[in-house]
Write a protein of this length. Structure first.
Length: 352
């Protein structure tokens, strides 16, 4: 037996054991080695090519859509450990351009001792599915799909032991994506950190209009015990900072510092100077203050405590009062001028 034949014999013995569960036919490998260097097992052929590779060839014409083209089994003495399957997509007839292949990777769950299941698939378009046998079903997208239930996750780096990395995951039974830095949504403990003492941050993007609502939430903490939803953008465009229930386009529960604020207010109280404006007399104003405890057309302290102050409207009201005061001052000045004129006339008469 020459060296070449010995190598082929050893390879064929190994391959026949690996493929024995899928292929039919004799397991006597000495009967399966042809002069061309091919190992034939039933309708399958493992062929050694000129390059250092093996081609596993199914040479019958009965390959239809979903047929197994080849399979590599990994097993122990009593059970399968897993296998890799090449499966046809479409029928392999005379026109090979009408058919494709997909690769399936099957494993068995140790904890549940469940049956073998396909855990990962590469389809004929190059899409990769983890936890799904039909990645990107119903869409025109392509790429990687992970479907492992409502907490399907993609972990980047090593946030537990390596102090770097984070997570992208689905979260809860709703259309939500969560991106976390030292933070993830645990199935039993809700928000949880990968490592203590580091603080955490995350973004929750959720579309669940009928129940929880559609929103984008920003979480952050400087310690392990103060994680809060710091900022939220609601589905109607309302933004809350320090509150998760904004009722205005921007609601801030806290202090704001800025260099400039431009407020558009209408109408602007130039109407006070128009003819026909009913200016209350100072006597009427005094009576109103005595009865109500605040100026006419100005909200009371109770109203401000309950509803706050609208800057544009309040600035307009304050200007209204200033302009009314100006009218009263002008009127008083006119009266003073008249009185001074009368006094001067009386003084002249006395001097005569």
């Amino acid at each position: 037996m020459n060296k070449k034949t010995l190598i082929i014999l050893l390879c064929s013995i190994s391959l026949s054991q690996v493929y024995g569960q899928q292929w039919s036919g004799s397991n006597n490998t000495s009967d399966l080695i042809s002069r061309t260097g091919e190992v034939e097992t039933g309708i399958f052929t493992a062929k050694r090519s000129s390059s250092p590779n093996f081609n596993f060839v199914r040479d019958d014409n009965s390959i239809t859509n979903g047929s197994v083209i080849g399979q590599i089994n990994f097993r122990g003495p009593n059970q399968f450990g897993g296998f890799i399957v090449a499966r046809s997509v479409g029928s392999w007839g005379s026109n090979v351009n009408q058919a494709g292949t997909q690769l399936e990777f099957w494993t068995q769950d140790k904890t549940t001792n469940a049956n073998l299941e396909s855990r990962m698939l590469i389809d004929h378009n190059g899409n990769v599915g983890i936890g799904t046998t039909d990645p990107f079903e119903g869409t025109t997208n392509s790429g990687l799909q992970i479907n492992s239930g409502n907490h399907s996750s993609l972990l980047l780096g090593n946030p537990v032991d390596g102090n770097y990395g984070g997570i992208v995951q689905t979260s809860d039974s709703r259309h939500r994506i969560f991106i976390g830095a030292n933070l993830y949504d645990d199935e039993s403990n809700s928000w949880k950190s990968f490592k203590a003492g580091k603080g955490s941050a995350g973004i929750s993007i959720m579309a669940d209009e009928d129940n929880w609502g559609t929103s984008i939430s920003f979480y952050a903490s400087e310690s392990d015990n103060d994680l809060e939803n710091r900022l939220i953008i609601k589905g109607d465009g309302s933004i809350g900072i320090g509150t998760i229930t904004p009722t205005e386009k921007l609601e801030v529960n806290g202090n704001i510092r800025t260099r400039e604020i431009t407020v558009e207010a209408s109408p602007w109280p130039d109407y006070v100077f128009e003819a026909g404006y009913e200016l209350k007399s100072l006597k009427e104003v005094a009576s109103f203050i005595k009865e109500n405890g605040h100026l006419p057309n100005i909200p009371s302290s109770k109203e401000v405590e309950e509803n706050g102050v609208k800057l544009g409207k309040m600035n307009a009201l304050l200007l209204e009062k200033i302009e009314e005061l100006m009218l009263h001052t002008i009127k008083q000045q006119e009266q003073i001028d008249q009185q001074n004129s009368i006094i001067k006339e009386l003084i002249k008469k006395d001097e005569l």
